[in-house]
Design a protein around this ligand. Structure first.
Ligand code: CA
Ligand code: CA
Ligand code: CA
Length: 320
């Protein structure tokens, strides 16, 4: 810092002197604080110097208090190929999440799965898909349900030809922060490639028209191969135009065990059917996806699911 000389009136000189002294004293305090923080002898340290440090950086934002974490788990629980009692037990044993998106649920199992998570969870049940239904279960203490919907089509795009699962979504609002967002779950067509592609296009166009953050998670049957880094024809459609971003798992882990030929080996190794996509503001919520691997999960048996769960964690600004 330079102190001006020459044509300076005494008032300005006094101000500069005060500023200089204030900064000088500030630095003395900082040096004192650092000398006091001797980690070799913590018992002998001075009282916490929080006030002094805060004075040095008065405009520093308090980042930790301005975001909240939302966690979502998606799992195809294989109705007809698993025991609902075992699935409920496994659901309750997983790390707790705010929102669960299940696919291949029979109507008889809706309540059991919801109850396995606790009385503070509310269930929204799909009506389509016969014994392979969709279910969204969320923490009702934390979120208010603003809307729920199952879509047969969007504009001219068929999302369900009548024998499949209609996309199911909820619009939620965080009771504390007021943040609104949509969580959709899907189980796209397996055998009918044309329908699956049309579903992917329709979902992309639907997401294009939304005005809040969108999470779209579930079993999309898109056959993403870890070696070719390609999925089937539905995959490029859902991520076209950068409407949806794929929250690619931190580590690529196979999500489905399929061994119809019974040779003890997965027919489609190093491949993925389960995905988390985000659109709109949710793309800025630092989405982090992980495939949940449990001891002995694969190969599955008659009581357990042939899919691994995936989880998605988002860091949402509270004033979003
Ligand atoms: Ca099974
Ligand atoms: Ca096999
Ligand atoms: Ca596989």
């Amino acid at each position: 810092m330079s102190v001006p000389i020459g044509k300076v009136d005494s008032k300005r000189t006094s101000v500069y002197r005060k500023k200089f002294m204030s900064r000088f004293l500030g630095w003395i305090l900082v040096v004192t604080v650092f000398i006091g923080c001797d980690t070799r002898n913590p018992a002998a340290t001075n009282p916490a110097p929080t006030n002094t440090v805060a004075i040095q950086q008065p405009s520093e934002p308090v980042a930790a208090a301005s975001t909240s974490l939302i966690s979502v788990l998606a799992w195809n629980v294989e109705s007809g190929g698993s025991d609902p009692a075992i699935i409920a037990q496994q659901l309750g044993a997983l790390d707790k999440h705010d929102i669960y998106c299940l696919s291949e649920v029979t109507s008889k199992s809706f309540e059991r799965y919801s109850e396995s998570l606790g009385s503070n969870f509310m269930s929204v049940n799909g009506k389509t898909g016969r014994d392979d239904r969709l279910q969204i279960i969320f923490n009702k203490d934390r979120f208010e349900l603003l809307e729920q919907k199952e879509m047969m089509e969007y504009r001219d795009y068929i999302l369900n030809n009548g024998t499949h699962r209609s996309p199911l979504y909820v619009r939620l609002q965080d009771r504390e922060t007021g943040v609104q967002f949509i969580v959709m779950t899907n189980h796209l067509a397996r055998g009918k490639a044309d329908l699956r592609t049309q579903q992917a296009i329709g979902l992309r166009e639907w997401a294009r028209d939304q005005n809040v953050g969108v999470i779209n998670i579930g079993d999309f049957n898109m056959d993403y191969d870890f070696h070719t880094e390609r999925g089937n024809e539905a995959f490029p459609e859902i991520i076209r135009d950068n409407i949806f971003s794929w929250a690619k798992p931190v580590e690529l882990v196979d999500t489905n065990w399929a061994d119809s030929d019974g040779d003890g080996k997965d027919n489609y190794p190093d491949s993925m059917l389960d995905f988390a996509f985000v659109a709109g503001p949710a793309k800025d919520w630092n989405p982090v996806c992980r495939v949940v691997v449990r001891d002995g999960d694969f190969p599955d048996d008659k009581t357990t699911s042939d899919h691994r769960p995936i989880e998605l964690k988002l860091t949402v600004p509270n004033d979003n």
